[in-house]
Design a binder for this molecule. Structure first.
Ligand code: GYE
Length: 399
């Protein structure tokens, strides 16, 4: 409390430093000193008291913690460890919100390009039902490979138990399939194949497509010989399925190998119609209207729907075809409608390709659920049917 203004410091000892000359009073400084000292004493007592209280509060809280909290923590810790151990031993995956006992199966389908695909899809929908113990998440790829890849990541995110993949094309699957493997989700590939190391997925279930192609040309060779045309120049039009799809790749390879083995056979035109009826019709309309191909002796279509479309184009252009016409007609899938066409004299032969794959896929899942090993490849049994035996089998057809 030193007065401002006229004070002068006389340079004395440190004690003197507080005796100022001028208007200040000696009595005032004593009071100041006393209250200052009392403040220090009170602050000191408060600090000591505070530390004492904190110390006792800490001891009291520790006692409470030891008495009540610690046992709960120990119980929960030990309990969760044993739960984890049980889950780990029995391979039970935690599926948040899905402890309904169902096996969660994600299925990625190609799209709706053909009647074969409809039969294939319905087979899965009728197999993986809740009544049969499954929670099926069905995703239609809408004929988009990018959409299929995204669907794979979505299913991984949902922590499904299994993924069934029916790829549109073989390429572009490396990262997505590896992500599923890293996530511990078995992937079962069906119908067409994927171009990844086979260790990345559990199994592939489908047809030997190159063998299907060979069946078609073997039958054509036999038929032409029966017709006395084994040495005739044969002009072939080839309607191909989706580029990059295993069914198209395999059938085309089988067919081309057969053509190479017959010097008198020649492919006068070939093109992709994506396994759809509309594109089959468009392709044939364009070919006939261009007029560049004068002679067509055989049409080989890599599925039934494309040749159904080609038939419409032939009709519109006044071309005759089938066992009673000019053009030999061969296709793949063996749909019920093809048996009708063979019996109606419009189609010579159709190579069977079985779309009913769900039961085999289910067998693989059941084996995996039981902890048993499964095969890498499961091929389907298939035949070729012709106008000569269609009536014998049409009633047995399931699709
Ligand atoms: O032949 C065709 C479908 O991948 C085997 O795809 C399948 C093929 C089948 O569109 O009709």
């Amino acid at each position: 409390d030193h007065p401002a203004g006229n004070q002068e410091y006389d340079g004395g000892s440190s004690l003197d430093a507080y005796q100022w000359s001028g208007s200040g009073s000696t009595q005032g400084s004593c009071k100041t000193q006393f209250s200052f000292i009392m403040e220090i004493i009170f602050i000191g007592i408060a600090v000591i008291l505070g530390i004492w209280l904190l110390f006792h509060a800490a001891i009291y809280l520790w006692v409470l913690f030891e008495e009540y909290v610690l046992p709960i923590l120990i119980f929960c810790g030990v309990g969760s460890f044993f739960f984890w151990l049980i889950f780990w031993i029995f391979g039970i995956k935690e599926t948040p919100g899905y402890n309904d006992g169902l096996i969660r199966v994600g299925m990625i389908q190609t799209g709706k390009e053909s009647d074969w695909r409809d039969a294939n899809t319905n087979d899965y929908l009728n197999t993986f039902t809740k009544e049969r113990g499954y929670d099926l998440i069905y995703i239609d790829g809408n004929s988009s490979s990018e959409r299929q890849v995204k669907a794979m990541y979505d299913l991984i995110q949902q922590k499904v138990d299994y993924i069934i993949l029916q790829p549109i094309v073989e390429t572009g699957w490396e990262d997505a399939i590896h992500a599923a493997k890293e996530a511990g989700i078995p992937v079962i590939v069906a119908d067409r194949k994927i171009a990844v190391d086979e260790t990345e997925y559990v199994s592939w279930i489908g047809s030997d497509f190159e063998e299907e192609g060979r069946k078609a040309v073997t039958w054509l060779d036999q038929y032409l010989t029966e017709q006395g045309r084994e040495n005739e120049t044969i002009h072939i039009v080839l309607l191909e399925g989706t580029e990059g799809a295993t069914a198209a790749i395999g059938r085309t390879n089988g067919i081309l190998h057969g053509v190479e083995e017959h010097p008198n056979w020649t492919i006068v035109d070939r093109g992709c119609a994506n396994f759809t009826q509309g594109e089959g019709q468009t392709y044939m309309e364009n070919l006939l209207s261009e007029g560049t191909v004068k002679d067509i002796d055989v049409i080989i279509s890599e599925n039934d729907n494309m040749i159904f479309g080609a038939m419409k184009a032939l009709d519109r252009n006044g071309k005759s075809y089938g066992p009673e016409g000019d053009i030999i007609m061969i296709s793949f899938d063996a749909l019920h409608e093809s048996f009708e066409n063979m019996m109606a004299g419009k189609l010579h032969a159709t190579v069977e390709c079985n779309p009913l794959l769900a039961s085999t896929v289910e067998t693989v899942i059941e084996e995996l659920e039981a902890g048993r090993e499964v095969d890498k490849i499961y091929n389907t049994e298939e035949n070729i049917y012709t106008y000569e035996n269609a009536a014998d089998y049409i009633d047995q057809r399931k699709y």
